[in-house]
Design a protein around this ligand. Structure first.
Ligand code: PDD
Length: 287
């Protein structure tokens, strides 16, 4: 079955979908994106992703080419057209294709933004084997720009971090700035000490994860303690557990950091419980 994608108002087979070579997303990484997971054929936390998208766009002085209701309808249409039960919807909006390369932003009245959405089918996403074994991470310097709260498509360094991890025989990298963990290459990072979940506080230094917000809310509802503060790789190595969260991994245990086993070296009970609660609540609330 050929995948149907959405480009600037049209639903097309992926082989027919085109974006200009002058698109600023392509030339300058001048664009933002969202990834929304799909469970049981429904969208998880669509509202959270739509609100963050609006914020990313406004921080970059870009207007959305579609309303929130239209965006929801497009997401649903793509999920239906492609028969997605478990997977994700990727959305990207760029500052459009002005027809030449120029550092100056084009006039939005003349150059409309580009909007692209596509689905990725991932059967077994919720029942991921990695959740049972846990992930191994390495630490790398965080040399990204200073506005990591904006979900831009500048993903070269995170991608390099992931490759450094793979080269080291690991699954992912945690980035470190001024001695403290910022976040994973494509997820938020947590450690657990006793009954306390510790994760970096929100600022421009990290992406404000939609999964993070939900997981911290569920943790508090389950009477777990949450501390939003800085932590180091050394503190992480001494923790009882570690885990990451993102729209595509939900809650995923981390069992090793820079070669040191975390806790027992097996996925911990707090991460397992949070994953269970997250999946259960997300399925209930999905639209
Ligand atoms: N990444 N931090 C970074 C740097 C991320 O790229 C992501 C998500 C997160 C988690 O955010 P959320 O819970 O809203 O997915 C944190 C997506 C999944 C991606 O790039 O594929």
């Amino acid at each position: 079955m050929t995948r149907i994608v959405y480009v600037n108002g049209e639903y097309l087979p992926e082989t027919e979908a085109k974006v200009s070579i002058f698109d600023r997303g392509f030339l300058m990484a001048d664009g933002v994106y969202e990834v929304t997971s799909v469970l049981d054929g429904k969208l998880v936390d669509f509202e959270g992703h739509a609100v963050r998208l609006e914020r990313s766009l406004s921080e970059l002085d870009m207007a959305s080419p579609v309303t929130k209701d239209e965006l929801l309808a497009i997401h649903r249409e793509l999920v239906a057209k492609n028969g997605i039960e478990e997977g994700m919807v990727y959305l990207q909006i760029t500052r459009g294709a002005p027809g030449d390369r120029d550092f100056v932003f084009p006039d939005p009245a003349v150059t409309p933004s580009t909007i692209v959405l596509f689905t990725q089918n991932k059967p077994g996403l919720a029942d991921s084997p990695a959740a049972k074994t846990g992930m191994k991470v390495i630490s790398v310097d965080d040399i990204r720009w200073g506005r990591r709260d904006i979900k831009t498509v500048q993903l070269l360094y995170p991608s390099m971090g992931k490759m450094m991890a793979k080269k080291a025989g690991c699954d992912d990298a945690w980035m470190v700035e001024d001695g403290f963990v910022t976040e994973g290459t494509s997820n938020n990072a947590y450690i657990v000490k006793g009954n306390t979940i510790i994760t970096r506080q929100l600022s421009n230094d990290i992406l404000h994860g939609i999964t993070r917000a939900a997981v911290l809310r569920f943790a508090k509802e389950a009477q777990m303690q949450v501390e939003e503060r800085l932590f180091t790789i050394d503190e992480a190595k001494e923790a009882d557990e570690a885990f990451v969260t993102s729209a595509t991994t939900f809650v995923m245990p981390v069992v090793e950091i820079d070669g040191a086993a975390i806790g027992t070296g097996k996925p911990g009970s707090v991460a397992a419980r949070l994953r269970e609660i997250y999946l259960e609540e997300s399925r209930k609330a999905a639209i």
